[in-house]
Write a protein that binds this ligand. Structure first.
Ligand SMILES: NC(=O)c1ccc[n+]([C@@H]2O[C@H](COP(=O)([O-])OP(=O)(O)OC[C@H]3O[C@@H](n4cnc5c(N)ncnc54)[C@H](OP(=O)(O)O)[C@@H]3O)[C@@H](O)[C@H]2O)c1
Length: 237
């Protein structure tokens, strides 16, 4: 297991000769690892689930879409001659990670898992830590104005809270009508602390709901909430 992209260089024997590597991606760390391994001369392919319409360019090759479960992935590993599978998926992409573990057992491929450390609560953070989307939904008071910083496939449980105004942030416009009664849709990627602060202020946000993803890419909203003394309903891993 590795916890930073640079740790890859510390794995004994891994980078000694050019390897055919499949990265299970969809994260900033996967993009960084693809760049590092491609620059070092490895044959790198990054696999994306296909959730984002226009993913950022990646070093090396890219493939898109599910494999058809662990058996499908095992078949892909064998057919493509993959020597090393690196799971650099998001920490909440648990099904893909479980499939990766099963697939390498079947196909006898080496697996390296990137585990992104979770965010630690600071003194000034007002976190309400919960274990599920349903608990997050129940933790919100009537009349709240809530930034839902969750993937589009995770927002449905909140639609039942008609007394809450939701600001829903997505990278892409949704393909279907959202089932919410009172909401604002914002299509953007997470920004820096200044832009996250502006978003929270412009929409008079009273609460944020997010998951403890860890990493730097989505951390600015946590800092902005801290600076504005806003509560964050934090879904733990
Ligand atoms: N969960 C998040 O909040 C989040 C945030 C940012 C980015 N992402 C990225 O978005 C992707 C999907 O996340 P999720 O939470 O829906 O995952 P998930 O629930 O663990 O995976 C569901 C299914 O999607 C397919 N899949 C997932 N990741 C894939 C990949 N990298 N390449 C090819 N197929 C993939 C697999 O289908 P088959 O069984 O058919 O192979 C998997 O069984 C992941 O790659 C993850 O890194 C997720």
């Amino acid at each position: 297991m590795i916890t930073t992209v640079d740790d890859i260089a510390l794995i004994p024997g891994l980078l000694d000769r050019p390897l055919r590597v499949l990265l299970l991606g969809g994260t900033g760390e996967a993009a960084a690892l693809a760049e590092l391994l491609h620059a070092a001369g490895h044959d790198v392919t990054t696999s994306l689930a296909g959730r984002t319409r226009e993913p950022r360019p990646l070093a090396g090759k890219m493939r898109t879409g599910g494999f058809g479960g662990a058996d499908g992935l095992a078949g892909h590993l064998a057919a493509s001659g993959t020597e090393v599978l690196i799971d650099v998926t998001h920490p909440f992409a648990t099904r893909m990670s479980a499939n990766a573990r099963h697939a390498v057992a079947i196909s006898n491929t080496r697996l390296i898992v990137f585990e992104r450390p979770r965010w630690a609560k600071c003194d000034r953070d007002q976190w309400i830590e919960v274990a599920s989307l349903e608990q997050a939904c129940a933790a919100l008071p009537d009349g709240a104005r809530v930034l839902l910083a969750l993937g589009s496939q995770h927002i449905a449980p909140f639609a039942a809270r008609s007394s809450i105004h939701f600001v829903i942030r997505m990278v892409d416009l949704p393909s279907e009508r959202l089932p919410f009664t009172d909401f604002t849709l914002v299509t953007s990627r997470p920004g820096d602390v200044a832009s996250e602060t502006q978003l929270l202020e412009n929409h008079r946000i009273s609460h944020i709901v997010c998951r403890n993803s860890g990493g730097s890419a989505a951390y600015a909203k946590i800092e902005a909430a801290r600076n504005l003394s806003l509560p964050v309903v934090m879904i733990t891993r």
